[in-house]
Design a protein around this ligand. Structure first.
Ligand SMILES: [Fe+2]
Length: 337
């Protein structure tokens, strides 16, 4: 197997969702969250306010979408000349340039991106309602729920980092975040193992932080300092949260944006077929990327530089950073496979 499983910190977010929680309990949770984001960059979060029934519904909609014909999915296709994270990208169309290892052909990854419907600068791409009646309304509801969960996380991070619950919240809104339904089709284990094919190459996320829900079909791995690639599997009742490049940069690298990828599962149940042609089972995941308001100037937070610690980054906006990062992700030469 490719990796062993790692255990990550588990943070109970409930003090930030309860109006009767004490300042002491909020501060304790905030400090624990920041410490986890400082040491591993990936944490499980429990009691975050989204029901299992809503999550089950989200995965169900995702599977319904990916069960459509390519012709039907193409109504929402990502425009060939667009650098925006919107619409459906077929296999091979979207590839994050890997930060480690070689760029491989045959990356197996379908994505469907959505933003807030009021974001005129980055309009959503919808297929006709008749193809999946109710889908669009559900996405709007789920997108708002993801933001409702992000607010207490922002408050906790802000309190833990700066002793000020509001500071980071003021830099974010629910307008520019991105929700993605992902499908990793069944893939040959031997072709991944030999390096002929890949699923999602090693990368860091380009946001403040990411919320991730994944099904039981593992494959996500994080690079643990001094230990190498470790599998991170779904934990019932917990979401997975990881720090992205923006918050890492903002904290002058105090919080860690950890390298991760989607590779082979370490669990036999996640495969099908016989040993000679073992295939992974299809995997579904749902990330929600929380980004700062695009025009806000970001510079290293007070207290995280000075007294022997260099200020590593110049002030800039997310908008400027974003345009440098997205080049090369959407491939014009992609072939359907
Ligand atoms: Fe990622």
């Amino acid at each position: 197997m490719t990796s062993t499983t790692t255990s990550l910190p588990i943070i109970d977010l409930s003090p930030f969702l309860s109006s009767s929680s004490t300042p002491e309990s909020r501060l304790k949770t905030a400090k624990e969250l920041v410490q986890a984001c400082h040491s591993t960059g990936f944490v499980y979060i429990t009691n975050y306010g989204i029901s299992q029934a809503l999550l089950d519904e989200a995965f169900s909609w995702s599977k319904k979408f990916y069960s459509l014909s390519d012709e039907e999915k193409s109504y929402a296709a990502h425009p060939p000349d667009s650098k925006l994270f919107r619409g459906w990208s077929k296999v091979g169309h979207e590839m994050i340039p890997p930060l480690e290892g070689e760029k491989k052909e045959g990356v197996m990854d379908f994505t469907l991106w959505h933003g807030h419907d009021s974001n005129a600068a980055q309009p959503n791409i919808w297929f006709p309602e008749s193809i999946l009646p109710g889908y669009r309304d559900f996405v709007a509801t789920f997108y708002d729920q993801c933001w409702s969960t992000s607010v207490p996380i922002l408050r906790a991070l802000s309190l833990g980092l700066l002793n000020d619950e509001e500071y980071l919240l003021d830099f974010h809104s629910n307008l520019e975040n991105e929700l993605s339904f992902r499908h990793y089709p069944s893939i040959s284990e031997s072709k991944v193992r030999s390096g002929e094919l890949d699923r999602l190459g090693a990368h860091t996320d380009f946001d403040s932080f990411t919320l991730l829900w994944q099904d039981e079909n593992a494959g996500l791995e994080v690079k643990v300092s001094g230990e190498g690639w470790k599998s991170v599997q779904a934990v019932k009742g917990a979401l997975l949260m990881n720090i992205g490049d923006i918050l890492s940069r903002w904290s002058n690298d105090y919080l860690i944006s950890t390298l991760h990828r989607v590779h082979l599962p370490p669990v036999d149940d996640n495969y099908m077929g016989d040993e000679n042609v073992r295939m992974t089972k299809p995997r579904y995941s749902i990330p929600y990327f929380v980004v700062p308001k695009s025009d806000k100037v970001l510079e290293p937070l007070e207290g995280y530089f000075g007294e022997g610690k260099d200020k590593k980054y110049e002030p800039t906006t997310y908008s400027e950073l974003y345009h440098n990062r997205v080049d090369g992700i959407f491939r014009q030469d992609a072939k359907a496979r």
